[in-house]
Design a protein around this ligand. Structure first.
Ligand code: NAP
Length: 332
């Protein structure tokens, strides 16, 4: 097994601050130590993968490196009593694709406690269309349900709605009967968002208020924010009484400038979402929901690509131009 060579996207530092990426060969012996060796059949593209692919040292410290925070495949070697050869499994988050060779290679080796058995109710392809984005959207939905948010309570805003987390959040929330308002910079993709179940589509400039007002008119009972910065500040200031904001992303900015007024005058909750380190019992619960009562129709929401096309798709996600999910088939 150790001599097997396999294909991977490899990101290499050519000189300080300059990186190149190419499809190259690695051998199994180059993979880190771990209990479980997995033949990866599918991965999917996330914003974090793109940051790793351009040399973002906050994500990946050492290069050459193979990104890919998502992987779905079949176990070909196991030192764990909990898993055996031929088990079909998924791995998302933890250190996968960050400083551990990731799902943009045909094999990964990981600790057993990162591995999730493919939940009953979805196939491997569907699991990887969800990937980290779907799992993260699931964590947001879970946070709203834990806070008791019901469809009749009001409107739920999703920012960055055409992106990976955004499109899956729109779909799952719509499936559960919520009135979803999708905020986007791509109004020309309104039809796509309506098909996912969004009831209203607004331009992202409507959720971008640079005024110093501590509170804005109440509009949302819950929100999934992929954007951060002025957008997140606007969202928090626009929440209704007892509203819940799930802070997911930072594509606009990691900064947040607000006062305490939304929290102490409207009872707003700001819930942090961390998909990478979600503990296993909660992780299994979210995946079970995604495969059963929260399961969406994946139609029109994804495209399949090969490793060879990955580089151009990475450039596209960095520009905020991706729509829906990009599924990576490692063997075409
Ligand atoms: N906390 C977690 O566990 C977790 C998990 C997954 C992802 N994330 C983070 O969540 C964010 C979204 O990830 P993703 O994989 O879904 O990325 P993505 O597919 O690129 O989606 C991001 C979307 O945000 C919008 N956008 C892009 N640039 C923007 C800007 N400058 N200002 C406002 N909106 C902008 C675009 O949608 P529209 O054109 O429709 O506006 C874009 O499609 C990233 O920051 C990622 O790192 C966090």
């Amino acid at each position: 097994m150790e001599e097997i060579k396999f294909k991977s996207l490899i990101v290499e530092e050519i000189e300080d601050g300059k990186f190149r990426r190419y499809i190259g060969e690695k051998s199994i012996s180059e993979l880190p130590n771990g209990d479980i060796l997995i033949k990866v059949l599918y991965s999917s593209l996330n914003y974090k993968d793109a940051l790793s692919a351009i040399g973002h040292k906050g994500i990946t410290r050492k290069y050459p490196h193979t990104p890919g925070i998502d992987a779905g495949g079949v176990i070909v070697g196991s030192n764990s009593e909990n898993f055996k050869e031929d088990d079909v499994v998924i791995v998302t988050g933890y250190d996968l694709g960050m400083n551990t060779s990731g799902g943009f290679g045909q094999f990964i080796r990981v600790p057993a406690d990162w591995v999730v058995p493919l939940p009953k109710g979805i196939n491997l392809k569907e699991a990887m269309i969800y990937g980290t984005a779907g799992f993260t959207a699931g964590l947001c939905v879970n946070a709203f349900l834990e806070k008791g948010i019901k469809p009749e309570d009001g409107k739920i805003l999703v920012t960055g709605a055409t992106g990976g987390v955004g499109s899956l959040a729109v779909s799952i929330l719509a499936k559960l009967g919520y009135h979803v308002v999708a905020s986007t910079g791509k109004l020309e993709k309104s039809e796509f968002l309506k098909k996912l179940g969004a009831k209203e589509i607004i331009d992202r400039t409507e959720v971008y208020d640079v005024s110093p007002k501590p509170l804005l008119p109440r509009k949302w009972i819950a929100a999934v924010d992929n954007v951060g910065g002025v957008t997140l500040s606007t969202v928090i200031r626009s929440m209704d009484y007892d509203g819940v904001v799930a802070s997911v992303g930072l594509v606009e900015s990691e900064k947040l400038n607000i006062t305490v007024y939304p929290f102490i005058l409207r009872g707003v909750s700001l819930v942090g979402i961390d998909s990478a380190q979600t503990k296993m019992p909660k992780r299994l619960k979210i995946w079970e929901h995604l495969a059963t009562d929260w399961k969406i129709s994946f139609e029109g929401l994804w495209r399949e690509i090969s490793l060879n096309n990955l580089s151009e798709e990475i450039d596209r996600i960095l520009k905020g131009e991706q729509v829906g999910k990009v599924l990576v088939n490692l063997w075409i």
